[in-house]
Design a protein around this ligand. Structure first.
Ligand code: GLN
Ligand code: ZN
Length: 779
């Protein structure tokens, strides 16, 4: 092992890779389009890494190993897959003679090619970041084949030439890598990716030697999977894997010192397993998890502790005084003399770069926020406070307390009428008439055929629509011109749906830039940002809104568009809202009010919108909740409470609807079975879900659960431009009807059509309508 250089007093666990101006996105997308060469792309990445190191050093991360080296072009899990050459069979021809993937191969795994589908994407813990799921079976090649991490260490050392300290490479740890993988279809019955742990450890052993040779004195292994308890192998097997992994890696002779980080929650009993391993440091998330007990911490004797007290997940200034107290409590509870590094709770990849750039934002609100760069400063302040005592950071503590007081007193943070309205909510507000009553009333009102056809809301967002919206935002076209452009679009979408013969029409959502931001801009209590981009996956970024105050709806938000659309057709028009849980999941939510209350505030605002839609004659209203599964807590014990308030807020939003108003909801993910019970409790009349990729495998579970209301299992996978044939749709619908009965089934696509083109949209919907007609005729 390298002569022990201590961990720095302050660090961050990772930094946004995308660049302050989304340089990485631009470079990667130009490369995909063929506009720049591999060499130019690599140069862009080198420049970005250098800029990041300089920035972080400039902010004060100047000690050895305090700057993380976590760059990868697309995804941190894909980076490991590439480093191990652990490529699924359908891509194996992409491996070169050494068993490595080149950059094009790496992107091909991420994006697919021809009829070779990309690796599946799924959410990284309970964040809004998505990683690429490794596919592992008994014959997957696993070897250490590539040195991109080591080369980042060398690059930093060379660039530093004395001025920049050594960087600390960051890599997803071996246990999490395998837990987050899935077995391939070829894997034997009962095979678990974790069965390949010995091979992965062998490869990581080589990685360690490589990093050592490159000059790294520390490596950070991220093991976030240890904080979740939902893995199919069970906890005992996870703990055994931790012991095996770190006994093995700790025994590698030529290696940097090892820091293992358990972020996004509490390590629980994995802390003991790590404590017993021959590693040098353990990282704790003290924001999502608590300070472990003294008994548990006693086992860390001789190790260093990285204390994540500055949230990597939200954009609020850290309560410095509270964080310092936490650090002091930790120091108190740890064996005396244990070195403590002050850190962020997770990588900062979940937050934007720099709040100073938000010059258009209300300066009062801006002063409450900390993006990545501000969090670096907080970590440094806290490290100073921990080392030198409170008085050393008295000015910072005072300023923070002052801003906190200003925030609490700021108009809009607490609106008595909103608090009063939430306090007066009763169970009756969340309860509609019994489903049977509603069903009869809706049948009488809507007169829909069996297996009715509809879509999920959005129609293709054409270049013209985007142009009109952008011009409107920049003030280049006035309100009237904008309204006209959108109305023309609505009219054409309605005409198209009538031509195709759909039963329940939508207005197409042309006016919405995004299903959450649209509402955030119309509700009070939110601000939006100009530069607040965060990576969602690969080159895709989102710009979450910030929910800072009590939520109020100054005026109807969707009624004009929906009623205009309804005026153009005799068919029922489906109004379209985004639900409270999804609005929260895709925004940065205030940290000074329980989430349940925020959800109810949103629920009340949406409830008023539902009422206004009804008054305008809209008889079908969809409230989208695609995120209800996403924000499901990682630990089973936290779920009941979450489901209680999240389901409750949806029911509040929809609970005032008349029995004759048909309430739809939409959820789009393939793990419907995980939340089926909760979805049942939403008590929507119609629920549309993703099901086409799994060929309706989900339906027997739905039937077994006794889900008694109507269901629209998507029969067209809109995530690809492929047009499903009428026969294919018929087969899927027939399966659905078999499982659930014809009175229950709706025919619809998987999700909204905004990313599709008109050609495949029209062709697919024609086939879908034909399939429904066929099923009816068989009736
Ligand atoms: N109504 C939204 C749309 O059609 C739903 C999007 C979603 O579920 N992600 O675009
Ligand atoms: Zn969807």
């Amino acid at each position: 092992m390298t002569t022990a250089s201590p961990l720095p007093s302050a660090t961050i666990l990772g930094y946004p890779r995308i660049g302050r101006d989304r340089e990485l996105k631009r470079a990667v997308e130009s490369y995909w389009k063929g506009a720049i060469t591999t060499e130019e792309l690599r140069q862009a990445a080198t420049g970005l890494r250098a800029a990041t190191r300089e920035r972080l050093a400039g902010l004060g991360l100047s000690e050895d190993s305090s700057i993380p080296a976590d760059f990868t072009f697309y995804d941190q899990v894909l980076a490991v897959t590439a480093a191990l050459g652990a490529v699924p069979a359908r891509f194996r021809d992409l491996l070169n003679a050494q068993g490595a993937l080149d950059l094009d191969g790496y992107f091909t795994l991420a994006r697919g090619q021809g009829d070779r589908p990309a690796l599946e994407m799924t959410k990284w813990l309970d964040s809004n970041y998505h990683y690429l799921v490794p596919e592992i079976d008994e014959s997957t090649p696993i070897d250490y084949v590539e040195g991109s991490l080591a080369s980042q260490v060398v690059e930093a050392a060379q660039a530093g030439a004395g001025s920049t300290a050594a960087v600390r490479p960051v890599v997803v740890g071996p246990v999490s890598y395998l837990l987050m993988a899935k077995p391939t279809d070829e894997a034997a019955e009962g095979f678990e990716p974790l069965d390949r742990l010995p091979d992965v450890l062998h490869a990581y052993g080589h990685l360690l030697m490589d990093l050592q040779a490159a000059g790294a004195s520390w490596v950070q292994f991220d093991e976030p999977a240890l904080v979740a308890d939902s893995w199919s192998v069970g906890r005992e097997r996870v703990l055994a894997a931790v012991r095996e992994a770190y006994a093995w890696l700790g025994a590698v002779v030529e290696r940097p010192q090892i820091l293992v980080v358990g972020s996004y929650g509490d390590l629980g009993d994995a802390l003991g397993a790590l404590a017993a391993s021959p590693i040098e440091a353990v990282g704790l998330d003290l924001v999502a998890g608590g300070v472990p007990s003294s008994e548990d911490l006693a086992a860390l004797e001789g190790k260093s502790v990285v204390a994540g007290v500055v949230s990597g997940r939200n954009i609020w200034r850290t309560d410095l005084s509270a964080a310092l107290e936490r650090l002091e409590a930790l120091r108190e509870a740890l064996p005396s003399g244990t070195p403590i590094t002050v850190a962020t709770s997770t990588s900062l990849q979940h937050v934007p770069h720099d709040v100073e750039r938000e010059t258009a934002m209300d300066p009062a609100i801006r002063s409450w926020l900390a993006f990545a760069d501000q969090k670096v400063e907080e970590v440094l302040i806290l490290a100073r406070g921990l080392e030198q005592g409170r008085q050393a950071i008295a000015a910072e503590l005072d300023q923070d307390a002052e801003l906190r007081a200003q925030r609490a007193a700021h108009p809009g943070v607490q609106r008595p009428e909103v608090r009063q309205a939430v306090a007066s909510i009763t169970a009756a507000d969340r309860t509609r008439e019994p489903y049977a009553t509603r069903k009869a009333a809706q049948e009488a009102r809507l007169g829909l055929p069996e297996v009715p056809t509809t879509t999920i809301g959005s129609f293709p967002q054409t270049a013209e629509i985007r142009k009109a919206r952008a011009a409107h935002r920049r003030g280049e076209i006035d309100e009237t011109a904008y309204q006209e452009a959108m109305r023309a679009e609505i009219a054409s979408v309605i005409a198209l749906q009538e031509r195709i013969g759909l039963d329940v029409l939508v207005h197409g959502e042309a006016e919405r830039n995004d299903m959450v931001q649209y509402f955030a801009e119309l509700l009070e209590g939110f601000v939006t940002t100009e530069h607040g981009w965060v990576q969602s996956y690969g080159s895709r970024c989102t710009r979450p809104s910030i929910l800072w105050g009590d939520v109020a709806r100054p005026a109807p938000m969707t009624v004009a568009w929906s009623s205009y659309a309804q005026s153009l057709t005799d068919k029922p028009l489906k109004g379209m809202l985004t639900g409270p849980v999804t609005i929260m999941a895709w925004s940065f939510v205030r940290d000074d009010l329980p989430r349940a209350q925020v959800a109810d505030q949103l629920g009340l605002a949406l409830r008023a919108e539902v009422e206004d839609l009804e008054a305008a004659g809209i008889g079908v209203i969809q409230v989208d909740e695609p995120a209800i599964r996403e924000t499901l807590p990682l630990r089973a014990e936290d779920r009941p409470d979450y489901l209680e308030w999240s389901v409750g807020s949806f029911r509040l939003a929809t609970g005032g609807a008349a029995p004759s108003t048909q309430i739809h909801t939409h959820l789009c993910y393939s793990e419907f079975d995980v939340v089926i019970d909760a979805v049942d409790h939403l008590d929507a009349d119609v629920t549309s879900i993703e099901a086409s990729r799994s060929r309706m495998d989900i339906l027997p579970a739905v039937a077994a659960h006794g889900f008694e209301r109507q269901l629209g299992p998507g029969v067209w996978d809109i995530h690809s431009p492929r047009v499903p044939s009428a026969q294919e749709c018929t087969e899927l619908l027939a399966r659905a009807v078999d499982a659930l009965g014809a009175e229950t089934v709706w025919a619809n696509p998987d999700c909204g059509l905004k990313t599709r083109g008109y050609e495949e949209t029209e062709a697919s919907l024609v086939n879908l309508v034909q399939a429904a007609a066929h099923i009816r005729s068989q009736g």
